[in-house]
Design a protein around this ligand. Structure first.
Ligand SMILES: C[S@@+](CC[C@H](N)C(=O)[O-])C[C@H]1O[C@@H](n2cnc3c(N)ncnc32)[C@H](O)[C@@H]1O
Length: 277
């Protein structure tokens, strides 16, 4: 395992975040070509147990064939693509990073469509044109509450009234533990809204990389979501027992591959669902 302090404490470029490839190299922006390639190489085992399957389960209440689902901050498109196959919806992935979008479009098996966000606006999407929006692990790269609010407002603009917004984020209160594919922060430290928070992600080759992120405590979202025009907010912290106990939710081979001891003792992912007013 690499040094816990690798790359931590360095400034993130506003709105982009950055990746440290280890070995003392300088971090690179997630949105640049190297950063996009680096993120495409992360394993996300914990997310495929306690995160994305629960996001899809929430969305399945509202989304089916013929629905338009937007993946806001889609990155390299793995989650958008899985959502399109699993939910049968038309999935549109949008992101501020042309390099991430290039990876998503070039994946060879892509069934989702991908578009650029510029100046904070997903211009390809008309007001109220989406039936549902998901936004997974995007807010941690945003440096200010104003930036988070701006993303919520843009998502509200593109959602039809009554449409669900499903948000997946890592709880900064779970710092200092090593999960299967991630660890956040330093042991014993408390992180307040916007604080710099080092996040370490495990790559598919077993090595780790660090990205300087920002902490957004999960109880910080409700007031901002209300200001952006959302209501009926529900927060859910999926557990390992839930993930393993619901048939068809999680890939059985994936679930069987590990003990998930840290995930059992302190589940780190929180899903916030709210409806557009
Ligand atoms: C950590 S990646 C997550 C990607 C994907 N959602 C997933 O779960 O695999 C964060 C992504 O959010 C994008 N992003 C950052 N700020 C954004 C913004 N204001 N609007 C849209 N996308 C943004 C980044 O370019 C990056 O692709």
């Amino acid at each position: 395992m690499s040094d816990r302090s690798e790359g931590s404490g360095r400034d993130a470029r506003a709105g982009t975040g950055g990746a440290d490839h280890g070995g003392g190299q300088e971090p690179v922006a997630w949105s640049g070509p190297e950063g996009a390639r680096a993120f495409a190489a992360v394993e996300a085992a914990t997310d495929w147990l306690l995160g994305y399957p629960f996001v899809f389960r929430s969305l399945a209440r509202w989304v089916g064939s013929g629905s338009v689902l937007v993946d806001y901050g889609c990155g390299p498109g793995k989650v958008a693509d899985r959502a399109a196959r699993q939910l049968g919806a038309k999935v549109l992935g949008v992101d501020t990073s042309p390099e991430m979008l290039a990876l998503a479009r070039g994946s060879g098996t892509a069934v989702a469509e991908y578009h650029l966000v510029t100046d904070g606006r997903a211009a390809c999407l008309a007001d109220g044109s989406a039936d549902a929006v998901m936004c997974n692990h995007v807010l941690a790269s945003l440096p200010t509450a104003e930036a988070v609010l701006a993303v919520f407002r843009e998502i509200r603009r593109i959602l039809r009234p009554g449409g669900p917004f499903v948000l997946l984020a890592t709880d900064p209160a779970c710092s200092g533990r090593e999960y299967a594919s991630l660890s956040i922060g330093d042991p014993g430290r408390a992180y307040g809204p916007g604080d710099e928070l080092p996040v370490r992600l495990r790559r598919t080759d077993g090595s780790w990389q660090t990205m300087p992120n920002h902490a957004w405590p999960v109880d910080f979202y409700p007031a901002l979501l209300a200001r952006a025009g959302f209501a009926d907010l529900v927060q859910h912290r999926p557990t390992v027992d839930e993930a393993l106990g619901l048939p068809g939710l999680v890939d059985p081979d994936h679930a069987a591959g590990r003990t998930w001891s840290a995930e059992r003792s302190a589940p780190p992912l929180v899903i916030t669902t709210a409806l557009a007013v």
